[in-house]
Design a protein around this ligand. Structure first.
Ligand SMILES: [Mn+2]
Length: 304
């Protein structure tokens, strides 16, 4: 990026208006971008500690720290040689009107998908994944879900806007095929009858990356996959800044290795959710989320 005094500005602190120093563009639909990053500052479906509406800003704020490497370690290519990425800022919706957020996010995402863009969305609480799945299922058909989380989010007893219920509704709406979907890192109560392949945190912490990756590959096959990462999949030691933290989670090294092992899957959409900066310390959680988001871009780029 060319800025005030430098032809190539890779500063870790200056002029970082878009995530990862990618161009900020509020009119993303008719650009030549391959990938569009959207922030969704929404936390009205949070059951516990609120504040993830500030998640997108926190991820953007730390993201220049990750933007100076030409080839992000350990990848052997440069992201910008393969994908044109822009940040279109945050979804704007009528404050306090949850359904307006749901409608606007689905419409925005569908518009991007209809133009052939890949969407990387930054939450916001996890409820945003339901309208994202609706848009992606319209574009790609019934999806496989690859879901990193401490919680299964398959509860049926919530209100219409509850960040613990998305994956109860998504199969009922025909958006995802539970038999071809996998949940990784779960360590709160869930019902095996829901049908997902669950690699709970106890197993995920004991199994090798190769075994976990094989299980994921065998479950989703070459079905179009939607990849959703609730930052509370990580142990609170690695991600304290989140609404509903649970002990006994995965470490950041293992999560990065699992994600990199998914690079040959047919991933059609991605999000990182539940960063709650007011409970963060030293931007640990924001850094984890930004790193995971960047890895998702490299996973996509590796197949280009
Ligand atoms: Mn969760």
């Amino acid at each position: 990026m060319q800025t005030l005094n430098f032809e190539h500005d890779i500063s870790l602190v200056s002029n970082a208006f878009g995530a990862f120093r990618f161009p900020l563009n509020f009119s993303p639909y008719d650009t030549d971008a391959d990938v569009v990053i959207t922030g969704v500052p929404f936390d009205m479906a949070t059951s516990g500690r609120a504040g993830s509406r500030f998640g997108p800003n926190a991820i953007r704020q730390i993201s220049p720290q990750l933007a100076w490497e030409e080839k992000r370690y350990p990848w052997n290519f440069s992201l910008q040689d393969r994908l044109k990425v822009i940040d279109c800022g945050d979804l704007v919706y009528a404050f306090g009107n949850n359904q307006d957020m749901v409608d606007k996010l689905e419409n925005h995402t569908l518009k991007l998908l209809s133009k052939g863009k890949i969407c990387l969305t930054l939450g916001g609480d996890h409820f945003i994944t339901l309208p994202l799945l609706r848009a992606h299922a319209k574009a790609f058909g019934k999806l496989s879900l690859i879901h990193f989380d401490a919680h299964a989010d398959t509860y049926s007893n919530g209100s219409s806007y509850d960040h613990g219920t998305m994956f109860y509704h998504a199969p009922k709406e025909g958006l995802i095929d539970v038999n071809k979907s996998v949940q990784i890192g779960i360590r709160t109560e869930f019902n095996e009858k829901d049908g997902f392949t669950v690699i709970d945190a106890i197993k995920a912490n004991d199994l090798s990356v190769k075994t976990i990756s094989d299980l994921i590959h065998n479950t989703v096959d070459n079905n179009p996959c939607y990849l959703t990462f609730d930052i509370d999949c990580l142990d609170p030691a690695f991600a304290p800044g989140t609404g509903t933290p649970v002990m006994g989670g995965l470490n950041s090294d293992k999560v990065l290795k699992i994600l990199r092992a998914l690079k040959d899957l047919n991933i059609v959409g991605m999000d990182v959710v539940e960063v709650c900066p007011c409970y963060d310390h030293g931007e640990i959680t924001a850094l984890a989320a930004a790193t995971i988001a960047l890895e998702m871009l490299y996973i996509k780029a590796s197949g280009q």
